[in-house]
Design a protein around this ligand. Sequence first.
Ligand code: GLN
Length: 541
Amino acid sequence: MSNFIFVTGGVVSALGKGVTSASLGAILEARGLKVGMMKLDPYLNVDPGTMSPYQHGEVFVTEDGTETDLDLGHYERYVNTTTSINSNFTAGKVYETVIAKERRGDYLGATVQVIPHVTDQIKEFIWSGSKGFDVTIIEIGGTVGDIESLPFIEAIRQMGIEKESYEVAYVHLTLVPYIRASDEIKTKPTQHSVRELRAIGIQPDALVCRSELPLPEEHFDKIALFTNVAKKAVISAHDADDIYQIPLILKEQGLDQIIIEILKLDAPEADLSEWQKILDLKANSKTTVKIGMIGKYVDFKDSYISLSEAIRHAGFHVNANIEIIYVESEEIQAKGINELAQLDAILIPGGFGDRGIEGMIQSIEYARLSKVPFLGICLGMQAAVIEYSRNVLGLNDANSTEFNLKTSAPVIALITEWQNSDGSLQNRDENSELGGTMRLGAQECLLQEGTNARVIYGNDSVFERHRHRYEFNSNYRNQLEEHQLTFSGFSKDGLAEMIEIKDHPWFIGCQFHPEFTSSPLRGHPLFQSFIKAAVEYSKKK
Ligand code: GLN
């Protein structure tokens, strides 16, 4: 049975609980432990799939096709764990399950209450997500003191007193603000936050104190005294130059050792030299390339967090500094492509709905004609097919039925709506279960011989994750191939997965999201090759 580390947060949100949990996971993994990661979210949405990227950031898709919170992306980037449907539960999911049980009569007439029924359900979910691990790190979303998170905090409190066959540790992340006007560091919010946690019955074993600057010595004493936490378990998590430095910062102060002792685990010292190597690679990067990310949610950077991290990972591995220039695609529509001239590569990320599509298409035309390295992901690949169909095939009305249901050239369409070029409908029975639903999760992509994609991946088959409803309409395949568009990858059932242009230094579109499987230590072949192409382009410019 797994041991448990519960990570709560106090004072304010957005302190980096996800990155802290993931970093602790990375250190424990480096100590030879099998680490599981979970996130419990207090909001009432049943899953984050329908939440706006503006409000909640990216939806991270797991290998098994679950739409989850973006923190799971941090977990997979730091820890070699593969998250799943059992790794992220929301209050909505908990209540939905409890109410379904009540309707079925499972509670045998009992009055259904937060304690014990809701808390029991939370514990059941925790059990299901922790199977097979030596230790599971469970991050509780929100801030201690929120009404919504109370049942979760209560459930993890109960686990602390019920333990028999496992051990439990509580880590609390707080803010230690620096007040510029009085030039003082303030520990009071931390004291209050721990008091709030203790009022519910949880005494934290370790405090991770987020601060702008390293905490001065006297503050460790003060925080320890007022919170009843051992001084050596008060950790200064000051701002880092890079989020991948955090495992090193936490280990240096012995957070992992404190946890190992509480959990009574026997594990050798962590060797974090791989993490140090990544930071050294970054420090020694010579060139800087400007990568333009042209999308529709660019105002809120968390909307593309896996993608921007994947690009940075690639930079580490090809020795290039990355400057990501976020461009609102509607701006291109309104003001033209002038802003693109500064870029060394263009990337169009995934997205939903028609806003900004024409700006993306204009940018793709520029990348294609000016031979600027181009990567189109999901919607980006679909837009590239539309651009090619319009400007090379001369199908001026070419579009996706997501943006124009009445288009005379539906080059991208819902599978159940597939039309022949003459407008008649075609039914594809073998795929009909995909129609109208999202294609989600990891699927095999068969890479075609003689293509750039196959060379880049160094393999004839890869598994990549999907999250989309629309597909390339294969009725247009012959026409496009006759005009030199190459289809370099297909799903097992023949859906187009990748496109490329031979007569271009680097032009690739993929229907899947390679960013979900990139990590700083491993990188990702597609992004590495893309950034290499950007470096070459920048030298020639
Ligand atoms: N909106 C497109 C679709 O549903 C693309 C989705 C995406 O980019 N993730 O197919």
